[in-house]
Design a protein around this ligand. Structure first.
Ligand code: ADP
Ligand code: ADP
Length: 228
């Protein structure tokens, strides 16, 4: 059974824009899926729906078997989202950010897990730093730590390397691979083919609200006539 089951999903905003048109997609536990498409394709809309931030116009989404519209409380426990924009409380300490987010999910305190999480993201030494003191790369890792604070099974990364330099991109890649080794399912959006190719097992190409194709990376790269 897929961890995420998207069935005939559509979204029409009040403005009239059709951001998603009849998208169906199954995502297996433990895989890394990249949603590849240009700006305005509908990528953010899709993950915003799965994460409960946008209400779909039609179709269903199941996370771990739970219909997000009927059984949201169960579904959200399984999901973590790293949003595109860096929005952190500037004067809050790193460790408090993570504790706070965990609390929002209704998860009981677990200091041992938070320590393990911060260590794995190389943030433990910065746990008492205020977020405004951190570098851009560290801030992104804090966002990941927040998204993982309640131990979700699925992590969404919306444009994880937008506006990021090569070093940070490499760092992000490493974090993603480590998370996968821990069994976390990862869905990321990008408008760079190279990034999708670098990070993902499977690539879904989305344009103008339509999921054009979903293929294992190797097959897709074969079609583009590329070989690395
Ligand atoms: P992206 O980088 O994913 O393309 P956008 O720049 O399109 O993001 O959108 C940034 C924010 O503005 C998002 O929160 C999105 O929901 C919102 N937004 C985008 N387009 C519109 C629109 N036409 N009307 C209202 N809000 C929009
Ligand atoms: P992407 O993430 O692939 O850039 P989005 O999901 O942000 O695409 O946007 C898909 C389409 O929906 C775009 O045309 C965008 O302008 C529009 N859109 C996004 N958010 C909103 C919103 N809140 N209100 C109205 N239109 C929106």
């Amino acid at each position: 059974r897929p961890i995420i089951d998207i069935d005939h999903l559509s979204k029409r905003y009040d403005s009239g824009t059709v951001a998603l048109n009849d998208v169906s997609l199954q995502i297996s536990e433990g895989e890394i899926l990249a949603l590849l498409g240009p700006n305005g394709a509908g990528k953010t809309t899709m993950i915003s729906i799965i994460c409960g931030l946008v209400v779909p116009s039609g179709g269903t989404v199941r996370v771990g078997g739970h219909d997000i519209r009927r059984d949201w409380r169960a579904a959200r426990k399984l999901i973590g989202l790293v949003p595109q924009e860096i929005a952190l409380e500037p004067f809050e300490k790193v460790i408090d950010c993570v504790r706070f987010t965990r609390g929002l999910y209704g998860a009981p305190p677990d200091e041992a897990y938070i320590e393990k999480l911060l260590r794995s993201l190389a943030l433990w030494d910065k746990r008492d730093a205020r977020t405004r003191e951190l570098s851009g790369g560290m801030k992104r890792r804090v966002l990941i730590a927040k998204a993982l604070s309640h131990r979700p099974k699925v992590l969404f990364l919306d444009e994880p390397t937008a506006g990021v330099d090569v070093t940070l991109r490499r760092e992000m890649w490493q974090v993603v691979q480590e998370l996968r080794n821990d069994g976390v399912t990862i869905i990321l959006t990008t408008h760079y083919l190279e990034e999708a190719e670098d990070m993902a097992d499977r690539i879904g190409v989305i344009n103008r609200g339509e999921l054009l194709l979903v293929k294992p990376k190797d097959e897709l790269m074969g079609e583009f006539g590329k070989k690395h």
